[in-house]
Ligand binder design. Structure first.
Ligand code: ATP
Ligand code: LTN
Length: 329
């Protein structure tokens, strides 16, 4: 089985990225051939400062390694180091329709209230499909918010294969039963997000312990005092229970029993310690990689070489299938 996934270098990673995506990546690398990409071309779909983009690209790569992705098991690389991503995105763009791209909820959200909506933002899902199809990935670990993009990728796969002959593997989404949708700490109907202007809504993976304690103390709760998992009636507490369970390894039922009558304050204080304990070793490793950026750069260079070999093989077939004249033809 081959697995592909990507994270955008668009700001500090948060607990949602970790529990929804990165923990799955680490688990999968044992049993599958994995490629994990820092999707810098996707980050260009919104205006970016070039110096920050370069820095954040290295930061996401360091975060991958700090979370436990092992370059001996998985290929870690930067999207723009393999130019075939952009080439295949163009070809897939030519079989995508205006209507289907316009229905993407992420596009609708991100383009709302914007005067100058870029072609890149609109075409974002065709680039994501290219990422996946270039490597003939069987499975794609993602958070719940990316489900619609993956469905579009599957539609494009079937359309391309029907029109030009069997070329691409049909990818399956892998979305965690729990952790696939970690919600904002300030507004539990919205997902925890890097782009939320309120930083109290999220816990950064590399934030100091006292900030984590403070953010969890300030996290909104629901009416009533009881700590109970009920996503309809108690969405905020249910989200905190889910985070607690994923960080401590205890079941939600165990946590409900322990905190049933203890009130929110003690529950939140213990939750903070569980999150801090989970993040501590990741933070320590992240600091090591930050101090050894050359190691990260070498990993990315080697990763790009491996990825490029696979990508060029797929693209040779694709060019031939769609009818592009090769230089040697
Ligand atoms: P933004 O929040 O600004 O939209 P993002 O964090 O969704 O950005 P990425 O960094 O590309 O964007 O996401 C990396 C991975 O983390 C994706 O697989 C995404 O589905 C997952 N993810 C993002 N937010 C959450 C969340 N709140 N819960 C679970 N998974 C998430
Ligand atoms: N769109 C994703 C990031 C992403 C991705 C991918 C995920 C880009 N290409 C390929 C899985 C597979 C996001 O915003 N979270």
């Amino acid at each position: 089985m081959r697995v592909f996934s990507g994270v955008q270098p668009t700001g500090a990673l948060h607990l949602g990225n970790y529990l929804g995506a990165l923990t799955q990546f680490v688990r999968l690398q044992e049993d599958a051939e994995c490629l994990f990409c820092v999707v810098d071309l996707h980050a260009l779909t919104v205006p970016r400062n070039p110096v920050e983009l370069r820095r954040e690209t290295l930061q996401v790569a360091s975060a991958y390694l700090a979370c436990g992705i092992d370059p001996a098991h998985a290929t870690v690389f930067v999207q723009s180091h393999v130019p075939e991503h952009a080439e295949l995105a163009w070809i897939l763009g030519c079989i995508s329709t205006f209507g289907e791209l316009g229905r993407m909820t992420q596009f609708k959200d991100k383009s709302q209230n914007e005067h100058n909506v870029s072609l890149g933002l609109f075409a974002y899902p065709t680039l994501m499909a290219a990422d996946i199809l270039l490597y003939q990935a069987d499975a794609v670990p993602i958070g719940d918010d990316q489900k619609q993009h993956l469905e579009l990728c599957r539609d494009l796969t079937q359309r391309f294969n029907a029109r030009f002959g069997p070329t691409f593997t049909l990818p399956e989404p892998l979305i965690g039963q729990v952790g696939g949708r970690i919600m904002s700490l300030q507004d539990p109907v919205h997902k925890m997000s890097k782009s939320d202007p309120d930083s109290n809504s999220r816990i950064g993976l590399f934030e100091p312990a006292d900030i984590i304690r403070q953010k969890l103390r300030r996290a909104v709760t629901d009416t009533g005092r009881e700590v109970r998992f009920d996503q309809e009636v108690k969405p905020a507490v249910s989200n905190l229970l889910e985070i607690f369970s994923l960080c401590s390894g205890e079941t939600i039922a165990t946590l409900e029993a322990r905190y049933a009558d203890s009130g929110y304050a003690r529950f939140k204080a213990d939750l903070a310690e569980a999150v801090i304990a989970k993040l501590e070793p990741i933070q320590a490793r992240y600091r090591e990689y930050q101090a050894a950026e050359d190691v990260v750069r070498v990993t990315l260079r080697q990763g790009a070489e491996r990825a490029a070999a696979l990508a060029s093989e797929t693209m040779a077939t694709v060019r031939e299938r769609v009818g592009l004249l090769g230089p040697g033809d």
